[in-house]
Unconditional design. Sequence first.
Length: 255
Amino acid sequence: MSDRALSFGTVAEAYERFRPGYPEELFDMVAAYAARPVRTALEIGAGTGKATRLFARRGVAVTATEPDEAMLAELRGNVPAGVRVVRAAFEDLRPGRRYGLVYAAAALHWTDPRGRWSRMASLLEPDGVFASFGGPLRPADPAVEEAVRVARSPFLESDDVPSPDGTPAESDMQWPGTELRRSRLFTDVRQCTIERRPALSARDYVGHLSTVSAYLVLPAPERERVFERIMRVLPETVELAADITVHLARRRHEL
């Protein structure tokens, strides 16, 4: 894993506090796509359990995997009874039990691309569903977004996570849908969007940025300075564009 992938454990409590949860609409979208009851699910990179709670509340028997011990401590304290929590990276998972759903919430891009889709398929029942979802939180006002960009520019050119396969941002189909479409292991690949327009105080928005990997890998003095610079250019309340991009695919019945 990269340094950015391994950086989140240092801010597990802030991750739980400042990262938004997932709406009921997301579960409904996955369930409608599955077109049958979703009874069992494996979660990849569960973090502090933001998505775990959504699926578990809707009656899914979730096995939540997470490699970082600090994140696991938050996860165990936040998920309902009955959720199985396992310390494991995606690359540690081996074929055995299969699930009706395997999903990743803002975590798939941290997994090793080597053998990613064959491992994923091995964890799914025939016709089982794979789902990946997430998206950045950005100031909805272009002027505020530009002010933040200028404020961080001496330290970071961008705080984005680059597309793992280099797909341009303007393409109709984004990663991982691009790879799924090329894979012989999956079919019926779809990309959907759930619109979100939350608002955070300036301090809470900077708190959210403190959980973003691009900032976490900066030296501590630089991280403090960039947050001070960003804080100075923010309005008291920051309106956000926080759409969730959802990718769905089905494991082919016969491989």
